[in-house]
Design a protein around this ligand. Structure first.
Ligand code: PMP
Length: 295
């Protein structure tokens, strides 16, 4: 059956949901989005994802005629209607419908934003990738500099750089692309945050390195601290990556996944390391025990 979507507050079959040709998200990438994951019918970290969406909207000056709680309710309602047990939720927000770049017309005419909530199946990495690990290459496309667009905003438009980066990684058959910032420091993978382990200490780039402040990243940092690992946010260069004992990525879709080769260099002994394994297990346990069904 065709899944339901929530289109500007109305729940309709997805085949009937059509975005206007002059939607500012479609015309200019003028909007924000967030994605969450459903485990066993429960939405993991729902509040955090909706909160990030609202913070993105606030930074982009897209006023929302809904409260955070209303959007949370709408997400949970859709998960129930579509009987999602394990899957993916996408919440896409744009400035609304209007031709022309200038957002002033939206404010003057009180143009409502476009908000679409949809659910889908997840395209996951094969289970063996969590054992054998990914190969990653550094790409030439840099993350957007805060001089133009802060990567902490999960904006639609800046993902063009990530798509270019992914194209580069695909071209050489790598599972992921590592992006640097304009100063040459390690930032993040195309859709995931990066962590390194060296001599038992876990490090990850700080927000100032040009990252999205991943919700999985925050969860893993918390898990690492409660498990008494030394956990620090530090600026990293590629040499830190090459010299790491372990490397892993975190993201809503990927969860926690090892990286065993970067730019042809073997990381550690080329296998998923003990800290990575421990955190993969801890994260999975959390997804089985936490999550929202109603608010
Ligand atoms: N960085 C980028 C660029 C992303 O798109 C994402 C989300 N897929 C992440 C990091 C990870 O964020 P989260 O853990 O909130 O999914």
């Amino acid at each position: 059956m065709d899944p339901w979507v929530n289109f500007n507050g109305e729940v309709i079959p997805s085949e009937k949901a059509h975005v206007h040709i002059y939607d500012h998200g479609f015309l200019y990438g003028d909007g924000a989005f967030d994605t969450c994951r459903v485990y066993g019918g429960r939405v993991f970290k729902l509040r955090e994802h909706i909160d990030r969406l609202f913070r993105s909207a606030h930074a982009l000056f897209i006023p929302l005629p809904y409260t955070q709680q209303e959007v949370e309710h709408a997400v949970l309602d859709l998960v129930k209607r579509n009987s999602v047990q394990d899957g993916y939720i996408r919440i896409t927000l744009t400035r609304g419908v209007g031709l022309g770049l200038d957002p002033k017309q939206f404010q003057d005419d009180n143009v409502p934003p476009t908000l679409v909530i949809s659910t889908d199946e997840l395209a996951l990495y094969p289970e063996e990738a969590y054992e054998t690990g990914l190969e990653m290459v550094t790409v030439s496309t840099r993350v957007t500099s805060p001089e133009s667009l802060d990567t902490r905003i999960k904006s639609l438009g800046h993902y063009l750089a990530n798509i270019q980066a992914k194209l580069e990684a695909n071209r050489v058959g790598a599972g992921e692309g590592l992006m640097l910032n304009t100063q040459g420091y390690v930032s993040e993978a195309t859709g995931d945050n990066i962590f390194l382990v060296r001599e038992g200490r876990i490090v990850t780039p700080p927000p100032a390195a040009g990252i999205l402040e991943g919700i999985t990243r925050a969860t893993v940092m918390h898990l690492a601290k409660t498990r008494e690992y030394q956990m620090d946010e530090v600026m990293l260069t590629l040499v830190d990556v090459y010299w790491a004992d372990e490397c892993f990525l975190t993201g809503t879709a990927a969860e926690v996944i090892p990286v065993v080769r970067v730019d042809g260099r073997t990381i550690g002994d080329g296998k998923s390391g003990p800290v990575t394994k421990d955190l993969i297990q801890a994260f999975r346990e959390l997804t089985r025990t936490e999550g929202v069904v109603e608010c």
